[in-house]
Ligand binder design. Structure first.
Ligand code: PEP
Ligand code: MG
Length: 889
């Protein structure tokens, strides 16, 4: 294998091998853009190192070869005493992991070459400052010295001189600081700071490899669902300097606004500074537009490059650049992260510009982004006290208690509090707190600061750079300009779409996207929200290409009506047990506990008219569309009184000698029916088989409701579904009984109902014998909740709270199998059942109604598995439609 690629040898499609940064540096090099020469060490080399603990044998020679070539191109040698070539060594994984991994700049500087650099730059101070930065960065990231020690020494040096900012340290100050830093390294590591340039480089490369597996990198990957075995590439790039005076500087730019998608000049610039200073948000930047005044030639060139990049990548790009004494250099580009709203707008803008087609536009957005746009916003009409304003860094409306450190954020959120993490600025150590918080507020840093970039990536609400708010993390409080104080625990509201910060709880209103889906806002209207127009168009593309139909899980007319507005093409699951909550619960209780035929019939005849009325409403709201009604499937414990509570009540009553006859009977019955594993007990079809008349009553209610709708000129399309079937015999018995009831109703009402009868596939045995089951089923609906529960042996009600965190931390799975379908296990049963079922009955209709039906990744799986529809909760229907479209496009 080849482990090292010159920038001229790569391209943007080699991200697996060269990492995102390396692949794009190569692409820009080959586009003829001004990229400082360099080379990339591949992720393959990193993987070998991580697996075996040593670099691959061939790496050293390959690096030497590329270094020679680089030295030749640059006309100087790495660390050459009179004119040193300096390089940066940067990590660059396939997926961007902002601030997670290591970078070392100024490699090649040493006691021998520092004066050479000074002479070449004509700037003594600059050379010593560069050397100081090298020892600091190298000491911390490569040698593992506590970074605080360097910070303290720097602080001392400034105090000794009575100055406040680094820039006021002169060459002599920095020279003695270098000596001090070297002492720190020697004392802390027991070795001198390496003077040999190549050794510096090799150690830095190794440190970058190692940084793949730091705790914070692992945490970030888990959060972002980035596989843990990809490894990182290492970019070795000749240094250019943005800190050579006022005609130098460094900046970041976006080819369009990552928050709105609007075209224009977006970015930040920092004069006389080196790259990390901007991203770290440590010093305050000027808007990129100001660069036009500062250095018009570079500005114009940058604008042209941005256009080139956008047309080339056909997408929003973000860029890091440096200007060294008036010469512009591109240090990085990539297809930029953006807010959910911007993703939709940009996708349609690019279609309008003719850069991409509709199918491509669908790939530029996703269901998670759409879900995010459906979050509510603040009700600005309400009384609210604005206490400050920062940069709208990541949209959303977040309300929570103020906390000022990550530890408290995590602690409070674990105990169920909603918190807003408030920091002066964040760094990678704050990641845990950012995950735990509802939103993030910082008083410093711009749109490209750590807080902003990471929050946008996580879809968390973030306001950053709210400079008028004085954040004091030590005493855990924040003070506004007017002296108003927010203490830890006080509620604050932050609006990531406007940057506004409010004291107290601001009420929230629905998102315009939801208003649109609800039909209360029309995309065609002249003044319609730009975002709504974009969403409307993308949804239309998705609906045009998708093969999967999308139905709703709904069991009342209100949900059904909403689902229909959201685009549902029927109901895939009406859980009839939901119709017996509240006061009707006791009727089911009576039915279950009935021990004489008379009691049972009484309970059933009480339930029949209620059920029938429910179905009439439902069929009416879904007129013309299929409605799958599932017969009763309660794990019994959901319908009976809690055994412990009841026991205590009876015991107390007995002690008082006024035990109630009814309670005593109930307790006895509950004892008799008590199950250790109700989820594996008397539920689903089993209940229908042991309680005579139960399913017949439900089938009658469905049939009579359908008949009445028909006679009222409606178009009811009921499908009767039997839950928890494990063998075809169960289904046959139920089917026979149901057909009899239906025939009776048809006769008495004088209509033909065309009801279909099918089953859920939610037990492994059902999936494994699907060929037989299909003999007796008109349709299958995969109940992936129970199927996941029974395939894994995971109690769906318990495991997520008990040990899933440990499983996620250990990387056993990246996401709960109850959230995203386990393709290998559960999914393989689904695929087999599809094949076997269709082999028996080619016209078998196939759907899914577990929670997975609304999960983006799972929708793609169901598309590929060849299902006819997915069914999910009403609010997830737009997401399912979009993902079904993306899967088909
Ligand atoms: C399922 O098991 O996936 C399902 C849809 O049924 P329920 O969640 O009601 O058990
Ligand atoms: Mg189920």
């Amino acid at each position: 294998a080849k482990f090292v690629y010159d920038f001229t040898e790569g391209n943007k499609d080699l991200k697996d091998l060269l990492g995102g940064k390396g692949a794009n540096l190569a692409e820009m090099t080959n586009l003829g853009l001004p990229v400082p020469p360099g080379f990339v060490i591949t992720t393959e080399a990193c993987k070998v190192y991580l697996d075996s603990g040593t670099e691959p044998a061939a790496l050293r020679a390959e690096v030497s070869e590329h270094l020679d070539a680089l030295e030749q191109k640059m006309g100087k040698k790495l660390g050459q005493a009179d004119d040193p070539l300096l390089v940066s060594v940067r990590s660059g994984a396939k997926f961007s992991m902002p601030g997670m991994m290591d970078t070392v700049l100024n490699i090649g500087l040493s006691d021998a070459s520092v004066s050479g650099l000074a002479a070449q730059a004509g700037d003594e101070r600059f050379a010593w400052d560069s050397y100081r930065r090298l020892i600091q960065m190298f000491g911390k990231t490569v040698l593992g010295v506590d970074g605080e020690l360097f910070e303290e020494a720097l602080e001392e040096a400034k105090q000794a001189k009575g100055i406040r900012v680094d820039i006021d340290l002169d060459a002599a100050d920095l020279q003695s600081l270098v000596a001090h830093f070297k002492d720190i390294v020697a004392k802390e590591t027991g070795r001198d700071f390496p003077q040999e340039p190549r050794e510096q480089m090799d150690l830095a490369v190794r440190a970058v490899f190692d940084s793949w597996n730091t705790d914070r990198a692992k945490l970030y990957r888990r959060q972002e669902r980035i596989p843990g075995d990809l490894g990182t590439a290492v970019n070795v790039c000749s240094m250019v300097f943005g800190n050579l005076g006022p005609d130098s500087g460094t900046g970041v730019a976006f080819t369009r606004d990552p928050a709105s998608g609007h075209q224009g000049v977006y970015g930040d610039y920092l004069q006389n500074a080196q790259g990390e200073d901007v991203v770290a948000g440590i010093r305050n930047t000027v808007p990129l537009a100001d660069l036009e005044q500062i250095d018009k030639a570079s500005y114009d060139q940058l604008m042209q490059i941005m256009e080139t990049l956008e047309t080339h990548y056909k997408d929003l790009c973000d860029i890091e650049f440096t200007i060294e004494r008036g010469k512009l250099w591109m240090l990085q580009t990539r297809v930029g992260k953006r807010t959910a709203g911007a993703a939709f707008r940009i996708a349609t803008q690019l279609v309008d510009q003719g850069l991409i087609d509709e199918a491509e536009a669908l790939q530029r957005v996703n269901g998670a982004q759409l879900a995010q746009l459906m979050f509510p916003r603040f009700d600005l009409g309400a009384q609210s006290e604005m206490i400050g304003r920062g940069i709208a860094a990541s949209p959303g409306a977040a309300v929570g208690k103020a906390v000022f450190d990550s530890y408290t954020a995590v602690k409070w959120s674990r105990s169920g509090e909603k918190v807003i993490l408030i920091r002066r600025e964040t760094n990678p150590d704050d990641l845990n707190g950012m995950i735990a918080a509802e939103g993030i507020l910082t008083s410093r840093g711009g749109k490209t600061s750590h807080a902003a970039v990471v929050a946008r990536g996580m879809g968390k609400t973030c306001v950053c750079g709210a400079e008028e708010l004085e954040v004091d993390t030590k005493s855990r409080r924040m003070t506004t300009q007017d002296g108003f104080v927010i203490e830890e625990g006080d509620v604050v509201s932050i609006d990531g779409s406007t940057g506004k910060v409010y004291a107290g709880e601001v009420p929230v209103v629905p998102s315009p996207v939801v208003e649109y889906f609800e039909g209360r806002m029309h995309a065609g209207a002249e003044d319609a929200d730009e975002l709504v127009k974009a969403v409307h168009r993308i949804m239309a593309y998705a609906d045009r290409v998708r093969r999967l139909r999308v139905r709703a899980n709904a069991d009342n007319a209100e949900d059904a009506a909403r689902a229909r507005r959201f685009g549902a093409q029927g109901i895939g699951l009406c859980r009839t047990e939901h119709m017996f909550l509240g006061e009707r619960r006791e009727m089911v209780e009576r039915l279950i506990l009935a021990d004489t035929e008379t009691d049972r019939d009484a309970a059933l005849s009480q339930l029949l008219p209620l059920q029938k009325a429910d179905f009439i409403e439902l069929f009416e709201s879904m007129d013309g569309l299929p409605v799958t009604v599932r017969l009763l499937d309660p794990p019994l414990h959901e319908f009976l009184p809690d055994i412990t509570e009841l026991s205590v009540r009876v015991a107390l009553a007995e002690a008082r000698k006024d035990a109630n006859e009814n309670d005593l009977r109930l307790l006895q019955a509950v004892h008799k029916l008590h199950e250790q594993n109700p989820m594996l007990g008397l539920r689903g079809v089993r209940l229908g088989l042991v309680i005579p008349g139960l399913f017949a009553m439900q089938v009658r209610a469905i049939a009579e409701a359908a008949a009445e709708r028909k006679n009222a000129k409606g178009d009811p399309r009921a499908e009767i579904m039997i839950p928890l079937v494990g063998t075809v015999q169960e289904l046959e018995i139920v089917r026979e009984e149901a057909e009899q009831v239906i025939a009776e109703v048809e006769k008495t009402h004088g209509v033909e109902l065309k009801l279909t009868l099918g089953t859920m596939i939610e037990l492994p045995r059902a999936a494994l014998t699907a060929g037989q089951i299909a003999e007796s089923a008109d349709f299958f609906s995969f109940g992936t909740n129970d199927l996941t529960q029974t395939v894994w042996g995971f109690s769906r009600d318990d495991v997520e709270a008990s040990f899933f965190t440990a499983y996620l931390e250990k990387g056993i799975f990246g996401v709960s199998p109850f959230e995203t379908i386990d393709k290998d296990g559960v999914g393989s049963l689904v695929r087999n059942a599809v094949a076997a079922g269709r082999a028996t009955r080619p016209d078998l209709k196939l759907g899914v109604c577990g929670e997975h039906g609304g999960d983006p990744e799972s929708v793609h799986f169901f598309h590929e598995a060849g299902l006819d529809y997915v069914s999910c909760s009403p609010f997830r229907i737009p997401v399912a439609r979009l993902e079904a479209g993306r899967a088909a496009a």
